[in-house]
Design a protein around this ligand. Structure first.
Ligand code: NAP
Length: 389
């Protein structure tokens, strides 16, 4: 039976028809089974994936007005119940928690007042933490993404507990180019690389973010808005990046944006045979604008065919599959993410709090900011439950 303080139904924000405004729907609150936690959600964060779903109709499956797609890849809130196998987990009723979840999964998607989530997708914010929940909620989606792209797509080691990378002498000296370093994903990629000892991080972002990125760990920054940025990067690596005279001058590249013209085209001129390039999917051929239909591509090999040098290893990043790495499944959200945050190793993204009278209005206002490409060096966060502090 549902404990009396837990409502049997609650509100959620969903896509019902691509290209149409978001909807508020009412769905049943699911009590946690076995190794799950039921969480009262007070904060969430918006990401470009919401726009890809809402305007681009990306991987919406059989979404219809009667089968809505609940949005939200992150949640922050309070544990209100635990499944019977969860008593030995890292959680207790009353804990303040946050996590990265799968949007579209009815029980766990973040834009709803209650989520029912496997405990391995939950990080605890200790009561002694100096961080607020709205700060913490900026972290899980993009930090998990950063660790996934570095390990799965670049093939670099991130051992836990942290030790210098096994090939420190070689890899630490080799260049890792992070294009789109001021994005939500990029800021965590830079910090993760620094913490694990990969010291030669080249960051590409607007000039106004260069000071911040150097503080987070970038060795050198380039301004993608400046004409000739590709030649500038090539000139720098020609002179400065040690690769022992063999192999690609930039062996590792993370494209944190995945824009055909904005990031991939310039990267075709930088990547060489042997370079590994991790690209955030979907690739954006046309960005969703006010009244402009987006064009998205999930297969990175179909983008700019014939323009990459033979031997460049292109990888499309898909973080929703990060738990295929069993170690990450068991340790990333329960242990590693909160430890990095509490130790002050990882600084949360700067937050922009999106206001609105209702949770639907806040979700819609955040979507408008994403549509207008008004997010820069920050993460959009907003209150979910109307009664949240
Ligand atoms: N597949 C996956 O696993 C996965 C996971 C996470 C995110 N993603 C995708 O990755 C993309 C980024 O997500 P996010 O949350 O990090 O985005 P975000 O923070 O909203 O991105 C905004 C930032 O993009 C930067 N930017 C835009 N165009 C750029 C360009 N041509 N070169 C360099 N920087 C550029 C801007 O930098 P400046 O401020 O410097 O101008 C701005 O700070 C989204 O499409 C998202 O859906 C995919």
């Amino acid at each position: 039976m549902t404990p009396p303080s837990i409502p049997t139904t609650h509100l959620a924000v969903a896509v019902t028809t691509p290209g149409q405004p978001l909807h508020l729907v009412r769905r049943p609150t699911t009590l946690p089974s076995l190794s799950e936690a039921l969480i009262h959600v007070t904060w969430t964060g918006s990401s470009p994936i919401d726009l890809h779903r809402a305007d681009g109709g990306l991987l919406l499956g059989d979404t219809t007005p009667t089968n809505p797609f609940i949005l939200g890849c992150t949640f922050g809130g309070t544990v209100v119940a635990l499944g019977s196998n969860s008593s030995s987990s890292h959680l207790a009723v009353g804990d303040t928690v946050y996590g990265f979840v799968q949007d579209g999964a009815e029980q766990e998607a973040g834009y709803q007042e209650y989520v029912t989530v496997p405990t391995w997708k939950v990080s605890k914010l200790p009561s002694s933490s100096p961080l607020s929940l709205q700060e913490a909620v900026t972290v899980p989606g993009n930090l998990v993404t950063a660790m996934h792209v570095v390990t799965e797509d670049l093939g670099l080691a991130l051992p836990w507990p942290v030790t210098p990378p096994p090939t420190a002498a070689g890899v630490a000296g080799e260049g890792i180019l992070v294009w789109g370093a001021a994005s939500g994903v990029g800021m965590y990629v830079v910090q993760v690389l620094r913490h694990w000892g990969y010291g030669n991080v080249l960051a590409v972002a607007s000039a106004r973010h260069h000071g911040m990125l150097k503080e987070l760990g970038a060795r050198v920054c380039f301004d993608y808005r400046k004409e000739g940025v590709v030649e500038e990067i090539l000139g720098y690596v020609e002179k400065s990046v040690g690769n022992g005279g063999s192999g690609p001058k930039v062996p590792f590249i993370v494209d944190c944006i995945g824009s055909t013209e904005g990031t991939l085209r310039p990267l075709t001129k930088i990547a060489e045979p042997g370079s590994k390039v991790g690209v955030m999917l979907p690739v954006i051929n046309v960005h969703a604008g006010q009244g402009q239909e987006p064009d998205l591509e999930m297969d990175v090999s179909k983008v700019l065919p014939g323009e990459w040098k033979e031997g460049v290893e292109l990888k499309g990043t898909r973080t929703f599959f990060y738990a295929k790495n069993e170690f990450f499944k068991n340790h990333l959200q329960p242990e590693i993410v909160p430890a990095l945050l509490e130790q002050g190793v990882i600084q949360p993204n700067k937050q922009r709090i999106v206001e609105g009278k209702t949770m639907l209005e806040r979700a819609q206002n955040a979507l408008n900011l994403l549509r207008d490409q008004a997010v820069s060096g920050e993460k959009l966060v907003w209150r979910v439950a109307d009664e949240a502090n």
